[in-house]
Design a protein. Structure first.
Length: 136
Protein backbone atom coordinates (compact mmCIF):
# COMPACT_ATOMS: atom_id res chain seq x y z
CA UNK A 1 0.00 0.00 0.00
CA UNK A 2 1.54 3.25 -1.16
CA UNK A 3 1.26 6.22 1.19
CA UNK A 4 0.41 9.52 -0.46
CA UNK A 5 2.45 12.53 0.65
CA UNK A 6 0.85 15.24 2.75
CA UNK A 7 0.06 18.17 0.47
CA UNK A 8 -2.05 21.18 1.22
CA UNK A 9 -4.90 22.23 -1.04
CA UNK A 10 -5.22 25.92 -1.94
CA UNK A 11 -8.13 26.25 0.49
CA UNK A 12 -6.04 24.81 3.30
CA UNK A 13 -3.22 27.23 2.51
CA UNK A 14 -5.69 30.12 2.66
CA UNK A 15 -7.00 28.80 5.97
CA UNK A 16 -3.47 28.62 7.39
CA UNK A 17 -2.75 32.16 6.22
CA UNK A 18 -5.88 33.48 7.90
CA UNK A 19 -5.19 31.59 11.13
CA UNK A 20 -1.50 32.55 11.09
CA UNK A 21 -2.06 36.26 10.60
CA UNK A 22 -4.90 36.30 13.15
CA UNK A 23 -2.72 34.50 15.69
CA UNK A 24 0.22 36.83 15.18
CA UNK A 25 -2.07 39.85 15.42
CA UNK A 26 -3.68 38.67 18.64
CA UNK A 27 -0.31 37.69 20.13
CA UNK A 28 1.07 41.15 19.36
CA UNK A 29 -2.07 42.74 20.83
CA UNK A 30 -1.81 40.77 24.07
CA UNK A 31 1.93 41.24 24.41
CA UNK A 32 2.24 44.93 23.67
CA UNK A 33 -1.14 46.25 24.85
CA UNK A 34 -1.80 43.98 27.83
CA UNK A 35 1.46 42.58 29.15
CA UNK A 36 4.08 45.23 28.42
CA UNK A 37 1.92 48.38 28.44
CA UNK A 38 2.56 49.87 31.86
CA UNK A 39 -0.87 51.44 32.44
CA UNK A 40 -2.67 48.20 31.68
CA UNK A 41 -0.18 46.18 33.71
CA UNK A 42 -0.58 48.42 36.74
CA UNK A 43 -4.37 48.38 36.48
CA UNK A 44 -4.47 44.59 36.16
CA UNK A 45 -2.00 44.13 39.03
CA UNK A 46 -4.16 46.44 41.15
CA UNK A 47 -7.10 44.08 40.74
CA UNK A 48 -9.05 45.24 37.67
CA UNK A 49 -11.28 42.38 36.54
CA UNK A 50 -11.71 42.87 32.80
CA UNK A 51 -11.40 40.33 30.02
CA UNK A 52 -8.08 41.87 29.00
CA UNK A 53 -6.68 41.40 32.51
CA UNK A 54 -7.89 37.82 32.65
CA UNK A 55 -6.31 37.14 29.25
CA UNK A 56 -3.10 38.77 30.48
CA UNK A 57 -2.95 36.62 33.60
CA UNK A 58 -3.73 33.45 31.62
CA UNK A 59 -1.07 34.20 29.00
CA UNK A 60 1.60 34.95 31.59
CA UNK A 61 0.73 31.82 33.59
CA UNK A 62 0.90 29.60 30.50
CA UNK A 63 4.15 31.24 29.36
CA UNK A 64 5.84 30.88 32.76
CA UNK A 65 4.98 27.18 32.88
CA UNK A 66 6.15 26.58 29.26
CA UNK A 67 2.73 25.31 28.19
CA UNK A 68 3.01 26.84 24.72
CA UNK A 69 6.33 25.10 24.09
CA UNK A 70 5.13 21.73 25.36
CA UNK A 71 1.96 21.96 23.26
CA UNK A 72 3.97 22.94 20.16
CA UNK A 73 6.34 20.00 20.71
CA UNK A 74 3.52 17.49 21.22
CA UNK A 75 1.65 18.74 18.16
CA UNK A 76 4.86 18.60 16.08
CA UNK A 77 5.45 14.97 17.11
CA UNK A 78 1.85 14.05 16.32
CA UNK A 79 2.09 15.85 12.99
CA UNK A 80 5.18 13.82 12.06
CA UNK A 81 3.36 10.60 12.96
CA UNK A 82 0.13 11.45 11.17
CA UNK A 83 0.03 14.73 9.20
CA UNK A 84 -3.23 16.63 9.09
CA UNK A 85 -4.42 20.19 8.61
CA UNK A 86 -5.78 20.29 12.17
CA UNK A 87 -2.40 19.44 13.69
CA UNK A 88 -0.63 21.84 11.35
CA UNK A 89 -2.98 24.65 12.39
CA UNK A 90 -2.55 23.88 16.08
CA UNK A 91 1.23 23.75 15.72
CA UNK A 92 1.23 27.04 13.86
CA UNK A 93 -0.76 28.72 16.63
CA UNK A 94 1.41 27.26 19.39
CA UNK A 95 4.62 28.22 17.59
CA UNK A 96 3.54 31.83 17.05
CA UNK A 97 2.44 32.29 20.64
CA UNK A 98 5.54 30.54 21.97
CA UNK A 99 7.20 33.93 22.45
CA UNK A 100 10.81 34.85 21.82
CA UNK A 101 11.82 31.24 21.35
CA UNK A 102 9.17 30.38 18.77
CA UNK A 103 9.55 31.42 15.17
CA UNK A 104 12.91 33.05 14.56
CA UNK A 105 14.33 34.88 11.57
CA UNK A 106 17.93 34.78 10.46
CA UNK A 107 19.37 37.92 8.93
CA UNK A 108 21.33 37.33 5.75
CA UNK A 109 22.65 39.71 3.16
CA UNK A 110 23.20 39.40 -0.55
CA UNK A 111 25.81 36.82 -1.54
CA UNK A 112 28.01 39.34 -3.35
CA UNK A 113 28.17 41.76 -0.39
CA UNK A 114 30.24 39.46 1.81
CA UNK A 115 29.59 38.55 5.42
CA UNK A 116 30.12 42.02 6.91
CA UNK A 117 26.58 43.50 6.52
CA UNK A 118 24.99 40.28 7.77
CA UNK A 119 27.24 40.20 10.79
CA UNK A 120 26.40 43.83 11.60
CA UNK A 121 22.67 43.12 11.37
CA UNK A 122 23.02 40.03 13.56
CA UNK A 123 24.98 42.03 16.17
CA UNK A 124 22.26 44.69 16.15
CA UNK A 125 19.49 42.12 16.58
CA UNK A 126 21.48 40.42 19.33
CA UNK A 127 21.93 43.68 21.22
CA UNK A 128 18.21 44.46 20.95
CA UNK A 129 17.39 40.96 22.17
CA UNK A 130 19.82 41.25 25.08
CA UNK A 131 18.48 44.64 26.13
CA UNK A 132 14.95 43.21 26.02
CA UNK A 133 16.06 40.32 28.26
CA UNK A 134 17.41 42.76 30.85
CA UNK A 135 14.04 44.50 31.18
CA UNK A 136 12.29 41.32 32.28
Amino acid sequence: MKKTPFRLTPYQVQWLLIVGFSTVGYAIYVRYLAIEFSQTSLACDAGLQTMLCKTRSLATYLFRNSVFGVVALIIAILHVIRPSIVLLTGGLIAAFVFGDRGVKAVATGPTDAGAEPSAAVLRMIGSISQSGQEKR
